[in-house]
Design a protein around this ligand. Structure first.
Ligand code: MG
Length: 381
């Protein structure tokens, strides 16, 4: 029989494990959209396109409703079973719920698996009895036991992933024996081998990562970067200080305002607030509030950063422009960057301040006021 005939004549189930408790996340990682699709949807899509004939899905209370909805839309027959307290219990429940010849067991949290990897695992299981996605270890890996440190031979090491596909009767037998003996395993291939079966590896992918921490979710695009934009203008008048970016600049005119009227810092604050959907500086720090009279805008920036952090973001970069006909600002820009970076709790290299004139045009050109604009990019913290 050709490889193609072998593949199509075998009955192939894909086991989708969605019963983990997301204890390291603080929310259910499997049902939160990542660039428009949940981890369960992504994994299911790869299993369907990878050539499975049926899906058996182990769910928890957190994932059941979502899985039921996907079942209604799924192109393949889908069975939903109650997951167990451990991964092993969930796998056993799914293996008992199908009569397929081979099963590809897959953790829904490895949602960037490709249909090609799924298919390669299934093909290997049909032909050789098993097909376990794994990648070589490229980093030097040390075994540390007390004072003893030993570099492990990399060529003998594998990082296993899922899917892990097996002939169903053999993996079911391995699980039943292990449970009867009170053993547990987090890896199907280990149990399969312990039962006397030969494990065959299939080339996985470094992209086939398991979503484990909130950082993994962020890196996967579940909490994308944010952009914010701010603009402000203040009137120039005599008998006021000119403060820009927290730096006092000697000049015959200063800016009028309720606080220190630091127009540059105000534009930056508005950009930060915009990026976290927190309105604007007037909403957060009303000019009717006596606490803010004459206050250094750097203190307002400091408070704004608390809001940014509370919202779960950190600044990656800020770029600002001051529009002023006079005075010449170039000598003060390094100090502005330093003060603003300090208040933003970032490195100076993440803060850009530029200055321009309008060649005498408009209110800035007539020295009626000074304008500032800012754009910021925030990343999930
Ligand atoms: Mg202002």
């Amino acid at each position: 029989m050709s490889g193609h005939d072998l593949f199509s004549s075998a009955r192939k189930a894909a086991v989708l494990l969605c019963a983990g408790q997301s204890t390291r996340m603080g929310f259910d990682k499997l049902t939160r959209p990542i660039r428009g699709m949940t981890a369960i949807e992504r994994s299911l899509d790869a299993l369907v396109r990878g050539g499975a004939d049926e899906i058996v899905c182990a769910v928890s209370e957190l994932t059941r409703a979502h899985a039921e909805k996907l079942k209604a839309e799924c192109a393949l027959p889908m069975t939903i079973v109650e997951g167990g307290q451990t991964r092993g219990e969930s796998v056993l429940a799914t293996l008992r719920a199908t009569q397929a010849d081979v099963v590809a067991i897959h953790d829904a949290a490895r949602c960037f698996v490709t249909p090609a990897i799924v298919r390669a695992c299934l093909e290997s299981a049909i032909r050789y009895g098993s097909g376990v996605a794994a990648i070589p270890v490229t980093d030097t890996t040390l075994l540390c036991e007390g004072a003893r440190i030993e570099a492990l031979p990399r060529e003998k090491l594998r990082r296993t992933q899922t899917p892990q596909a097996f002939r169903r009767a053999q993996i079911l037998g391995a699980y039943e024996r292990a449970f009867a003996a009170g053993q547990s395993a987090t890896d199907d291939a280990t149990l399969f081998a312990a039962a006397g079966n030969k494990v065959r590896f299939v080339t996985g992918s470094p992209d086939n990562v398991k979503l484990t921490t909130p950082e993994d979710m962020a890196a996967a695009g579940a909490a994308p970067a944010r952009i914010g934009w701010g603009e402000d203008m203040h009137r120039l008048c005599p008998d006021r200080k000119l403060i820009l970016g927290g730096v006092e600049i000697p000049f015959q005119l200063g800016l009028l305002g309720h606080s220190d009227a630091d127009v540059l810092t105000h534009a930056l604050i508005d950009a930060l607030l915009g990026a976290i959907n927190a309105g604007d500086i007037g909403r957060q720090f009303p000019d009717t509030d006596e606490r803010y009279r004459g206050i250094s805008s750097l203190l307002l920036l400091d408070r704004t950063m608390e809001l940014v952090h509370e919202a779960g973001f950190v600044p990656l970069h800020a770029d600002m422009t001051v529009v002023a006909q006079k005075p010449k600002l170039a000598p003060y820009i390094p100090a502005m960057r330093e003060r603003l970076a300090d208040a933003m709790r970032v490195d100076e290299s993440a803060v850009s301040v530029k200055a321009t004139t309008t060649e005498g045009l408009g209110p800035e050109g007539r020295m009626e006021g000074i304008r500032a604009t800012a754009v910021v990019l925030l990343a999930p913290a």
